[in-house]
Structures are given as C-alpha cells and as structure tokens.
Write a protein that binds this ligand. Structure first.
Ligand SMILES: *[C@@H]1O[C@H](CO)[C@@H](O)[C@H](O)[C@H]1NC(C)=O
Ligand SMILES: *[C@@H]1O[C@H](CO)[C@@H](O)[C@H](O)[C@H]1NC(C)=O
Ligand SMILES: *[C@@H]1O[C@H](CO)[C@@H](O)[C@H](O)[C@H]1NC(C)=O
Ligand SMILES: *[C@@H]1O[C@H](CO)[C@@H](O)[C@H](O)[C@H]1NC(C)=O
Ligand SMILES: *[C@@H]1O[C@H](CO)[C@@H](O)[C@H](O)[C@H]1NC(C)=O
Ligand SMILES: *[C@@H]1O[C@H](CO)[C@@H](O)[C@H](O)[C@H]1NC(C)=O
Ligand SMILES: *[C@@H]1O[C@H](CO)[C@@H](O)[C@H](O)[C@H]1NC(C)=O
Ligand SMILES: *[C@@H]1O[C@H](CO)[C@@H](O)[C@H](O)[C@H]1NC(C)=O
Ligand SMILES: *[C@@H]1O[C@H](CO)[C@@H](O)[C@H](O)[C@H]1NC(C)=O
Ligand SMILES: *[C@@H]1O[C@H](CO)[C@@H](O)[C@H](O)[C@H]1NC(C)=O
Length: 366
C-alpha cells in the first residue's frame, strides 16, 4: 500500500485552473492534446503534471511526459537539506540540482548520527512524502532508517513507477519489531500473498536498521541488515498467459510517514496500521509532531555499467503495451524548457494535485 497524499482540498478549484483539465485519465482513457500529461493522480494537465509520476500510458502520446532522469549510483546522506527541494511544485526536472523533492509535508535535519532527515506528521499536515528525482530501472536500494512507533502512523520506504509498479518496505503503527514487504504490478496486487511480515528486530524506533530492496530483472529480494528475508522471482508471477506481473518499469524511491489511522481511511487500512492515531500521545505532545528518521539511502543501479556515457533518461518505447512496456535509455533531457511559470499560480497546482490524491483515496486498500 502506498501513501496517497491527503491534504484538504477544494475540488471546484480544478475547474478554474487554466492548464489543468478536470479530466481523469488512465491507460484506456487518454488525456486530450490540450492537457496532454496524465499526472500521478490520474488527472490531465501540463507543466508539473508532465514530471515525476506522469503516466505515459494515460497521456496523449508515449512522449507527452518528460523523460525520466536515469539512475545514478549514490549514497544519499543528510548532513543538511541542500539536496532536497522542499516543495515539489517548483521542480523543473533537473536531477543534477536536487536528489529529492518533498511532495507533501515537512522535513527537518538533525545533527545526530552525522545528520539525519526527519519526516514529520502532524494532525494538520497530512504526513510527509519525498520522492527521488532519479529513477531506478533495477538496482539495489538500501534505506537506513528509524521508524515511528505509534498506532495508525506508517513509516514507508518504497519504489514506485509511473505506471504503479511498486515495491514496499512498510512499518505500520505500533509494531516496532518487524517490517512488512509487499509489491504491486501496475497498481494491482498480483497474488493474495503479496504482503509478508519479517521480524524479531531490535526496536525499529530506537535503532537504525538497513532495509534493502534488491530489485533485479528476474529476482527481487528484500533484506534486513544485509540478510535476505524474502525472494520473489519473475517466473513466480508469470502467468500461463505469458504476462509477467513483476515490477518492471523505472521507479522513483519514495520515503514517507503517513497517517493511515484517520477517519477518511478504509477500515481495513486503519486496522492494518494499528488503529486510529492518538493525537494525545505523550510523544506527540512533547515534540509537537510524530516523526521518522532517515540516515542514508544508497543506490546501486543495475544498468550503471551498461548505459551509454551520455545516458540522461528513460522513456517508454514505441513498442509499448500496458502489459509489456518497452523502456529505452536515451540522451533526451529531463528538464522542462524555459523559466516560464508552469501555471498561473503554483498554489492552484498544489490544490489540483491534492484533489487528485483525495479522489484516489477511496481506492486505497485492495
Ligand atoms: C479510466 O478512466 C475512465 C474515465 O475517467 C473511466 O470511466 C474508467 O473506468 C477508467 N478505467 C479504469 C480501468 O480505471
Ligand atoms: C553511506 O554513507 C554513510 C555516511 O558516510 C555511511 O555510514 C554508510 O555506511 C554509507 N553506505 C554505504 C552503503 O556505503
Ligand atoms: C541542472 O542543474 C545543474 C546544477 O545546478 C546546472 O549546472 C545545469 O545547467 C542544469 N541543467 C539544465 C538543463 O538546466
Ligand atoms: C549541525 O552542525 C553544523 C556544524 O556544527 C551547524 O552549522 C548546523 O547549524 C547544525 N545543524 C543543526 C540542524 O543543528
Ligand atoms: C520471531 O521468532 C519466533 C521464535 O523463533 C518465531 O516463532 C516468530 O515467527 C518470529 N517472528 C517473525 C515475525 O519472524
Ligand atoms: C473525522 O475526524 C475529524 C477530526 O479529527 C472530525 O472533525 C470529523 O468530523 C470526523 N469525520 C467523521 C466522518 O467522523
Ligand atoms: C497496537 O495497537 C492496537 C490498536 O490500538 C492494540 O490493540 C495493540 O495491542 C497494539 N500492539 C502493540 C504491539 O502495542
Ligand atoms: C514488439 O514487442 C513484441 C514483444 O516484445 C515483439 O514480439 C514484437 O516483434 C515487437 N514489435 C515491433 C514492431 O518491434
Ligand atoms: C543524442 O544522441 C544523438 C545520437 O547519438 C546525437 O546525435 C545527439 O546530438 C545527442 N543529443 C544530446 C543532447 O546529447
Ligand atoms: C508548495 O507551494 C505551494 C504554492 O506556494 C503551496 O501552496 C504548498 O503548500 C507548498 N507545499 C508544501 C509542502 O510546502
């Protein structure tokens, strides 16, 4: 399950936006050329709708979305917040400038352990989510983090593609001795057993652990502190119809702390997360927020050695169907052209994003 941004919204705002159409989109209902990009939340628009999360299969053409910044080996640490754009609305697609964007919520930086990123959840901010500016098309990703410890509050480290291939490490609510692995294929749970629990860890709130997603073309392995706890093979999820229901498309890394235990969540989501959030919790009262800490995120790209030296981006290739997207590595730029404002008002953009997110809320938990 992934964090659907959930800030309060005014749906009618959508109608007043010049560059956003209220039209919804998906692989069978494409955006019109006047608003060619199908956003992460399934709404047609231009500008930032064409950046991270833009769904090529729901857009006017496969090349309507901006190309996705190519994977680069890295060890992201957080001595300060200079590599993080604190408001994704202002991102221009330049992954050299920023490693992360904040899609929602707020962050701060502490000086402990060489610097760590704190993600904040308050009763009013709807939680915090960051996305990497670069995509990974197979690779080994490790997040060293400390989770929350409160019922209804979920800490997550996931990969998410623009057509909703998803691989998860999630830490629901008040369980601080275990983590959950999960995966989705194009937004669907391919098998009933997709979610699994792995545990007997020392307290995940007080101790850093390394959670790894080792995502290769034919094998997906989840690890804790370097020890494999689960393996999924592509062949395990390839049906007799020949369709491989295995995450296969370039994905951003997402880090989040999100409120699952709230009254707009589906009952199953609340239960999964450990109940409703107690906003009177002493930790919350003392700090004024709930939080989770990230010490580092390391990325080893599977294609780092094989990509051409001038590789800039991934694009969905000509020979693409919803079942078997073809991914090409190109030297096309990922940066939106010109400094012209993407929208009449950035505030409107944000509201539109939120509106899209909230509409998606009803369908959160399968
Ligand atoms: C795609 O979008 C159209 C238009 O909003 C909607 O009618 C249809 O149900 C959607 N299809 C899927 C698979 O979500
Ligand atoms: C990433 O950098 C941090 C801080 O220098 C270090 O503690 C950690 O071991 C590094 N991780 C990897 C995989 O090199
Ligand atoms: C991207 O950002 C880097 C670093 O700020 C800058 O040097 C480069 O010119 C930018 N690229 C584009 C295409 O704007
Ligand atoms: C962290 O330490 C550096 C150097 O001592 C200092 O400049 C910076 O303000 C500190 N940051 C925080 C968030 O305390
Ligand atoms: C923890 O260890 C106990 C005893 O070995 C075992 O029964 C249990 O299944 C383990 N729990 C998890 C979540 O791995
Ligand atoms: C949900 O909770 C909020 C306050 O947290 C309250 O104002 C609202 O009435 C509640 N809604 C429902 C449907 O219970
Ligand atoms: C987690 O929260 C639920 C619901 O509030 C409670 O029933 C359960 O005992 C808690 N579990 C732990 C391990 O604290
Ligand atoms: C498209 O891909 C399919 C399956 O990968 C392949 O069989 C077919 O030949 C390709 N078509 C073109 C025009 O490249
Ligand atoms: C991209 O590659 C093509 C062919 O290899 C080359 O002609 C073109 O100049 C390159 N463009 C950029 C922006 O590097
Ligand atoms: C991003 O900027 C917009 C426009 O200034 C603002 O409405 C929104 O609240 C900001 N988002 C965050 C997470 O700060």
């Amino acid at each position: 399950m992934s964090f659907k941004l959930s800030i309060p919204l005014v749906l009618s705002l959508l109608a007043s936006l010049s560059a956003v159409s209220a039209q919804q989109c998906n692989a069978t209902s494409l955006c019109p050329s006047s608003a060619p990009c199908c956003s992460e939340f399934g709404f047609c628009g231009t500008g930032s709708f064409c950046l991270g999360g833009c769904n090529p299969l729901g857009s006017t053409t496969l090349s309507s979305c901006m190309p996705e910044p190519v994977c680069q080996n890295a060890n992201h640490t957080f001595p300060d917040l200079s590599r993080i754009l604190t408001n994704a609305t202002y991102f221009d697609g330049n992954a050299t400038k920023y490693d992360w964007v904040v899609n929602q919520g707020s962050i701060f930086n502490t000086n402990s352990s060489g610097g760590e990123l704190a993600m904040i959840l308050t009763e009013t901010n709807g939680g915090t989510r960051l996305s990497s500016t670069r995509y990974v098309h197979y690779g080994t990703i490790t997040a060293r983090l400390k989770t929350g410890r409160w019922g209804g509050v979920v800490t997550a480290f996931i990969t998410m593609s623009d057509i909703k291939d998803e691989i998860d490490w999630e830490f629901p609510g008040n369980q601080t001795t275990q983590g959950q692995s999960n995966y989705f294929w194009q937004g669907y749970v391919p098998q009933k057993t997709a979610g699994e629990t792995h545990g007997n860890l020392t307290d995940t709130f007080s101790n850093y652990h390394d959670y790894t997603i080792d995502w290769q073309e034919d094998t997906l392995t989840w690890l804790i502190d370097g020890n494999p706890v689960r393996t999924l093979k592509r062949s395990d999820v390839t049906g007799s119809d020949g369709i491989s229901r295995y995450p296969s498309t370039p994905s951003r890394i997402e880090l989040s702390l999100w409120p699952a235990g709230i009254n707009t969540s589906a009952p199953g989501t609340v239960e999964w997360a450990g109940g409703m959030i107690n906003w009177d919790d002493p930790d919350y009262k003392a700090a004024g927020h709930f939080y989770a800490l990230v010490s580092s995120v390391t990325v080893a790209c599977a294609d780092a050695k094989t990509n051409p030296a001038n590789a800039e981006s991934y694009v969905y290739g000509k020979n693409t169907s919803a079942f078997t997207p073809e991914i090409d590595v190109t030297n096309k730029t990922t940066v939106t052209s010109g400094a012209a404002p993407l929208f009449a008002s950035a505030a409107n953009v944000w509201s539109a994003l939120a509106a899209g997110a909230a509409l998606a809320l009803g369908a959160v938990f399968a």
